[in-house]
Design a protein around this ligand. Structure first.
Ligand code: SF4
Length: 360
């Protein structure tokens, strides 16, 4: 494989009302008070997260969740909650949950007028590409991504010059402007099949170097990679994971392909976020390390109470910009709308639709 370098650039009981005083922010937002009536109304939602949200936290979250869910009805809005959102967002206000592409496809199928992207900016752009007539909001416009920001549209144009005739596949974790310059998009679950579907001997797979290296181990097509990394997944090391296994040999290690190759080598299973979730739910290991963003382990733990999750907690600072407060404000003030230049959108949509139509 080549690196392209020619281009510069568990709480059983629901919490009692009044367990903690309302926070100042709650008062400023004129939210409902967490009294006995609200506690009872919200009890079914608390049930979903009681293994991962403490009774002390719930009186702060519940009024915001109630206000957001009421506003969604008022605005005919849906919330797309990425796997890396914290559990109170993922399980209590998210209408659709999953990885970015699953979310964008689900949103395009709804008749909602407004989409709130509980995720990062490139995801909101992808939603806008697939739902051009809907209003797409992002609760914090500064929610970026180290991987998406590792490459620009100008870089891709230079790659085309440096590798004439070589098809360019972009991971969905890129801006719309970058997608517009590429032939087709891919996800971590379909990357190998997309690369092979092109029928070319060499393919540029950008921007994640580690995903490209992983794909190279699964195909005879020569992969040319870009040196972009996810700042969350690149922090894991094989040594720390081996230490978990040494401490308890029953521990299963499940890694995302954005991890470095030595991490993937020690993993029992490597797959996309959706594949990791399926693996845990199907295999029900006694103990597991999910080698990915920390909140995903909390979200899966809420639905797999018999599995013990070891949590080497690498948080994505960009994903963590999204909070219930910001979701509430975005819906209340209809703020931080995401726009994509129509010409860019048309070309970027083509790259995404080509992947979707490949039915892989
Ligand atoms: S986890 Fe990594 S790839 Fe995902 S948004 Fe954060 S930096 Fe980007």
């Amino acid at each position: 494989m080549t690196i392209a370098n020619t281009v510069a650039s568990g709480n059983a009981c629901p919490p009692a009302a009044g367990a903690i005083p309302a926070l100042n922010a709650t008062a400023a937002r004129d939210l409902p008070v967490f009294d006995a009536a609200l506690a009872a109304e919200m009890a079914p939602l608390y049930e979903r997260v009681r293994h991962v949200v403490t009774p002390m936290e719930w009186p702060h979250y519940a009024p915001l969740i109630k206000a957001i869910n009421d506003l969604k009805k008022e605005r005919n809005a849906v919330i797309l909650a990425h796997n890396y959102m914290t559990p109170e967002i993922f399980h209590c206000v998210g209408d659709f949950r999953g990885d970015s592409l699953q979310l964008a496809k689900e949103a395009a199928r709804t008749d909602a007028d407004v989409i709130v992207q509980a995720g990062v900016h490139f995801m909101a752009e992808t939603s806008k590409l697939l739902s051009p007539d809907k209003t797409v909001l992002i609760p914090d416009p500064k929610a970026g991504c180290s991987l998406a920001e590792s490459i620009t549209a100008a870089d891709v144009r230079l790659l085309r010059e440096a590798y004439p005739g070589v098809p360019i596949v972009t991971y969905v974790n890129t801006s719309a402007a970058v997608k517009a310059e590429c032939d087709i998009t891919c996800t971590s679950s379909n990357a190998v099949k997309i690369v092979e579907s092109l029928g070319a001997p060499r393919v540029l797979l950008i921007p994640d170097e580690y995903l490209a290296k992983y794909v190279q181990t699964k195909t005879k097509v020569e992969i040319i990679a870009w040196k972009g990394h996810c700042e969350v997944h690149e922090r894991f090391t094989a040594e720390e994971l081996e230490a978990y296994r040494e401490a308890d040999p029953a521990t299963r290690i499940i890694a995302h392909p954005e991890c470095p190759p030595d991490v993937i080598k020690v993993a029992d299973f490597t797959g996309s976020t959706a594949a990791m979730i399926d693996w845990v739910k199907t295999k029900q290991p006694r103990k597991v390390v999910l080698v990915t963003e920390c909140s995903m382990a909390s979200n899966v733990a809420a639905e797999a109470p018999n599995v013990e999750f070891v949590r080497p907690c690498n948080l994505c600072p960009h994903m963590k910009r999204i909070s219930l407060e910001k979701i509430y404000d975005s819906l209340r003030f209809m703020q931080h709308e995401v726009h994509v230049d129509p010409q860019v959108a048309e070309r970027a949509r083509r790259a995404v639709e080509r992947m979707v139509n490949a039915a892989i």
